[in-house]
Structures are given as C-alpha cells and as structure tokens.
Design a binder for this molecule. Structure first.
Ligand code: 13P
Ligand code: SF4
Length: 354
C-alpha cells in the first residue's frame, strides 16, 4: 500500500469499521487514493449524491449532499472538471449551471425512471392544453424538459417554488407522488389530465381557471421506480416489530406512505432529521445506501432499511468507474446551447429561491 492509500484506509476505517469489512476497505482505499491523486492532477471537483455507497461517499467527494445542495456546489466551483457521482440529470444540471466546465458522469447507465417518464413534447402539449399556466419541473428531468419549464424544483424546495409563482394553477411535473404530496401539504387539489381529448382552452384561459378550480395543480403520472415500491403495509409491519421506530420517507413515496411516516423530506433533510433527533431506531424509506452512510456517522443510532428496494441507476456509480472517468475523461455530458440557455433560466430561478 502506498502512503496515500494507507492514509485513505485509516480515514475510511475511522468511519466505516463497523459497516465495511476490512478486506474491502483496503481494496477501496487503494482505488480512492488513486482517484484523489488524479483529481488533484486534473484540477477536478467530485460531487457525491447522498445515495452513493459508503466507501465512495466517505472517501473521494469534495462535497456530498442532496440534489439542491450539489447544484449549488456545481454552480460555484472554479475547478476545470466536475465529476458527478450521481445520475445523468444531476450531471446535466451541473453542466447547465456551469457550462464552461467539463462535466463527467462515471457511468452511461446512470439514468432515472422519473427523468425518463416525460419528454419535451409532452410538456409542450400540456402548455397548449393549459395556456398561461406556469410550469414547475422537478430537477429529476432531462435538460430539454427543463428548457420548456418556467422554474425547476427539488424535493427540498418544492413548496417554496410553487408559492413563489403566486399563481392559482400550476403545472407540476413529472412525479405523480411528489406533486400529490406537495398539493396535500399546500391544501391544493391535484388533477392528472388525459392528453386526449385536450381540455378546451376556454376552461383555462382568462377567467377559466375557476372552472377547473382555483388552487389546482396539474400533474403527470411519472414515478420513481424505487420509492413507489414502499407500502403502508411495510410501515405497519415494521412498527409492529419495532414499536418505537421513527419512520422517514422521501416525498417521491406515495401520499399514503408519506402520511403514515413520521417525517418526509429530501435526502439532505432526512440526514439532518436523524442527526438532530434521538430515537432507538429509524427506518429509512429511500435508497438503502443512505442508511449505511447515516449509520456510519451516527454509531449510536440504529438504522433499519428495506434493502431489497434499490436504485439501479445510483448503484451504477462505483469507485472503479470514477477512476476510469478521470483517467479516460469520460463520460462527457453535453447539453446543446439553445436548450442549455433556456434550461439555465429555470434552474437559476430555482437556485435563487433556495
Ligand atoms: P434529493 O433531491 O432528495 O437528493 O433526491 C434525489 C433523488 O433522486 C431521490 O430519489
Ligand atoms: Fe431516479 Fe428514483 Fe433513482 Fe432517485 S431513486 S435517481 S428518482 S430512480
């Protein structure tokens, strides 16, 4: 082991001794040390989403966080290269916010079921159906969809973004469950219009909003293939076995699951919630790796998680692929200039709100 690898091994061991077996820690520390060296050589910054596996999460990123926090870091960096240990829509957002930088995503397979659920043409069709109604899109969308939007949001700021629009009606895309949860919390009605036949414009044009209903959100039936799998039955079963458990769910879970949970928030908000509260056990209804990461930072707290439900996209990002990304300068994220310029307005408007 080189000196750098030994140092990295000790740093990782301090956090992960009880989570990752030593034999694996040594192997991963070698990889992480090589990545750090290349990162310095190439003047790169590494951003790591909260769903990264523990050995990656606690070794190579300069910054870890949820989508909103990492967008801010991407916008602010002065490094030449941004390596995004997350999924494609996050890397695209980084490129939109900081277009002169090279943005690398370590795996071409790191997609997202929500981002794949809607196209730019779908958004244009909704805008024709509901002329003049502002469009909010979740950041879990691709750049061409963001370009059709007035403003983006993340799970961490969705309500603030909707409020900022001061509009009776809002189109909120593409997550059916996030939209339903936001509508429920804000006391709004939500509808999911069928694309055909279109709603006649006179119903939604000037003065028409009343006929659809003031305070209405117009949603889309996209879903996260991970969070849609958690059920109220899971929650009941866990509560029966662990009566004092505190249950946290991501707002991409169904409204029934969110209502049956003790707390719901972005990945960053869930991490802070566990840090700031005291309970004998917590159950996380989100990507399982985050449970390992929280357990590593809070050894006095027991984290329960349902690890048969995993995000196949986030799990594509490994230390091996991150090393190759830096060695081979791959996979470069490009966003066509016209799309980038329009998407920037929507993302920047969101960042300004917080
Ligand atoms: P956060 O914005 O809460 O980090 O969530 C991103 C995501 O993809 C959740 O599935
Ligand atoms: Fe997309 Fe769901 Fe994976 Fe998040 S957890 S990246 S929303 S598929």
């Amino acid at each position: 082991m080189t000196m750098d690898a030994q140092e990295m091994y000790l740093k990782m061991k301090a956090r992960l001794e009880k989570i990752v077996p030593d034999v694996e820690l040594r192997y991963k520390a070698e990889l992480a040390a090589q990545i750090i060296e290349l990162k310095r050589e190439k003047n790169a910054v590494i951003l790591g989403h909260n769903y990264m596996e523990p050995a990656l999460y606690y070794s190579i990123p300069d910054f870890v966080g949820d989508s909103l926090e990492l967008s801010r870091k991407a916008a602010q960096t002065d490094k030449d290269i941004i390596v995004f240990c997350g999924v494609k829509f996050m890397a695209e957002t980084a490129k939109i916010l900081n277009p002169t930088k090279t943005v690398l995503l370590p795996s071409e397979k790191a997609g997202c079921s929500l981002a794949a659920s809607i196209t730019a043409e779908d958004v244009r069709a909704l805008k024709r159906q509901f002329p003049g109604v502002p469009v909010v899109t979740y950041v879990n969308t691709y750049a061409d969809v963001k370009a059709e939007s007035d403003i983006c949001c993340t799970s961490g700021n969705a309500k603030a973004v909707v409020n900022s629009l001061k509009s009776d009606m809002v189109i909120f895309l593409p997550d059916e469950y996030l939209a339903s949860n936001v509508a429920r919390e804000m006391g709004k009605r939500i509808i999911f219009p069928e694309p055909n036949p279109p709603i006649p414009p006179f119903l939604v044009g000037k003065g028409g909003a009343g006929r659809i209903g003031k305070g209405t959100m117009i949603g889309w039936r996209g879903r996260c293939e991970v969070h849609e799998k958690f059920t109220v039955e899971d929650i009941k079963a866990v509560r029966q076995q662990f009566p004092e458990v505190v249950i946290l769910s991501h707002p991409e879970c169904s409204p029934e699951v969110v209502a049956a949970s003790d707390f719901s928030g972005s990945t960053g908000a869930m991490i802070r919630y566990v840090e700031q509260t005291k309970a004998p056990q917590y159950l996380l209804l989100t990507e399982c790796a985050m449970g390992d990461n929280i357990a590593a930072a809070n050894p006095d707290k027991e984290m329960l998680r349902l690890c048969s439900v995993r995000c196949p996209h986030m799990n594509q990002i490994t230390l091996e692929d991150t090393l190759d990304a830096l060695k081979l300068n791959r996979y470069v994220i490009e966003v066509p200039e016209d799309i980038s310029r329009r998407a920037y307005k929507a993302v920047e408007r969101m960042i300004a709100i917080g």
